[in-house]
Design a protein. Structure first.
Length: 131
């Protein structure tokens, strides 16, 4: 079964709650397995750029079925750059997103932008863990 809007919104709310706990202002995006946006939220005071970063990291995480931070080291390689270009340039292979996996199947991803790279990924992990 595909990721539902209700589930995506649960992840969004969990990410916002965690961001408040660590006192950061974020944007959070949840996409489906194909990298298409299902739900999004930008906290008051979050950078406008975080909106793009959160979505791009979520797309990368969903595409590769792993935390986007695992792609950072290889981000400049021809294969990753080719995939980013073929996808349309929206994917950001940088730390801050984790996949949503149910029964061994990637159903989407949660991407966060606005904190440090580590804070973004920690918030995304905490949010997905609430599902």
């Amino acid at each position: 079964m595909a990721l539902t809007l209700t589930e995506a919104n649960q992840v969004i709310q969990a990410a916002l709650a965690r961001a408040r706990e660590v006192n950061i202002r974020i944007s959070v995006a949840v996409c489906d397995a194909g990298g298409r946006l299902v739900a999004f939220n930008r906290m008051d005071g979050a950078s406008w750029a975080s909106a793009y970063g959160s979505q791009g990291k979520a797309i990368a995480s969903a595409a590769f079925g792993r935390a986007s931070g695992e792609l950072t080291e290889r981000a400049g390689t021809p294969i990753i750059q080719g995939i980013v270009a073929a996808e349309g340039g929206h994917m950001i292979p940088s730390m801050g997103a984790v996949p949503i996996i149910k029964n061994g199947v990637v159903e989407g991803a949660c991407g966060v932008g606005g904190g440090t790279s580590q804070q973004d990924e920690d918030v995304a992990k905490a949010a997905v863990a609430k599902l």
